[in-house]
Design a binder for this molecule. Structure first.
Ligand code: COA
Length: 258
């Protein structure tokens, strides 16, 4: 049980719902505490194969960091807040299991940053994305300047960052920020159907895909070396033996995660 999150585990898919609908699911200190606790569970519980992150209600995914917590901060406190948010979102990005952002409405500021830290995103047709921090005399602090450039390119990202503009779901689709746009009532079903396919694959190999793809954006790593190591790690698994044997025997592989 979490104060600001709902979580349900079904068929290996953990659905996390940010649950502060009266504040459009804004990210306050408690949400970050709860997100870190649920991330501990995601990293450690083998029954969780993949994760959906969504927002409560039909209006917002997350409308940003909770602005009401900002006003009394010193420079040092503001930097600690940003670093803490970045660390949490890096744990999402580096999770060894797929985390899918299900964007059910406004994804603004920290909400857009949370969405972008997920491995990929799908959106309902009412979703809106933006980094409106310059309206507040601020810039994004939870990785938004970095991931927006990575995901949609520098020109589009800088226009959004500097203008505080918002884009709708279909523009997000065209920009490559989301993989699919569906009617709101179909959003979770679509997410589950995508994750059921991924959950049927070899879990170690799935985790290694995430690690290698993340290395593209990590200056401290050589992505090609990460790929070679991951390839080797997969060779050590029983699932690799099962997958290759099943192919040769013309049957469906049954993976155990070992
Ligand atoms: N932080 C704190 N509270 C927030 C919030 C945020 N980021 N976003 C929305 N809320 C609160 C509102 O203050 C309001 O609370 P109240 O009912 O106690 O007054 C409630 O959520 C509903 O929001 P409201 O603004 O009345 O809804 P709306 O439909 O008129 O507008 C938005 C929706 C998303 C356009 C508007 O809420 C908004 O611009 N939010 C801030 C977005 C932002 O700047 N995010 C970046 C933060 S760094």
């Amino acid at each position: 049980m979490y104060a600001t999150l709902l979580s349900t585990l079904e068929n290996g898919i953990l659905t996390i719902t940010i649950n502060r609908p009266d504040k459009l699911n804004a990210l306050n200190k408690q949400v970050f505490t709860d997100l870190n606790a649920v991330l501990d569970e995601i990293y450690s519980n083998p029954e969780i194969k993949s994760v959906i992150i969504t927002g409560s209600g039909q209006k917002a995914f997350v409308a940003g960091a909770d602005i009401s917590e900002f006003s009394s901060f010193t420079r040092e406190q503001s930097m600690a807040l940003a670093k803490g948010g970045q660390d949490t979102f890096l744990r999402i990005e580096n999770a060894p299991k797929p985390i899918l952002g299900c964007i059910n409405g406004f994804a603004l500021g920290g909400g857009c940053e949370l969405a972008m830290s997920c491995h990929f995103r799908i959106a309902s047709d009412n979703a809106k994305f933006g980094q409106p921090e310059v309206n507040l005399g601020l810039i994004p602090g939870y990785g938004g300047t970095q991931r927006l450039v990575q995901l949609i390119g520098k020109g589009r990202a800088l226009e959004l960052l500097m203008s505080a503009g918002m884009i709708d779901a279909n523009t997000a689709l065209q920009y490559g920020l989301v993989n699919y746009v569906v009617p709101q009532e179909e959003l979770l079903a679509k997410a589950k159907s995508i994750l059921e396919v991924i959950n049927s694959k070899a879990p170690v190999a799935v985790g290694k895909c995430i690690e290698a793809a993340n290395a593209v954006f990590d200056e401290t790593k050589n992505g090609y070396a990460v790929e070679v190591n991951g390839f080797g790690d997969c060779f050590d698994t029983a699932d690799m033996k099962e997958g290759t044997t099943a192919f040769l025997e013309k049957r469906k592989a049954v993976f155990t995660g070992k």
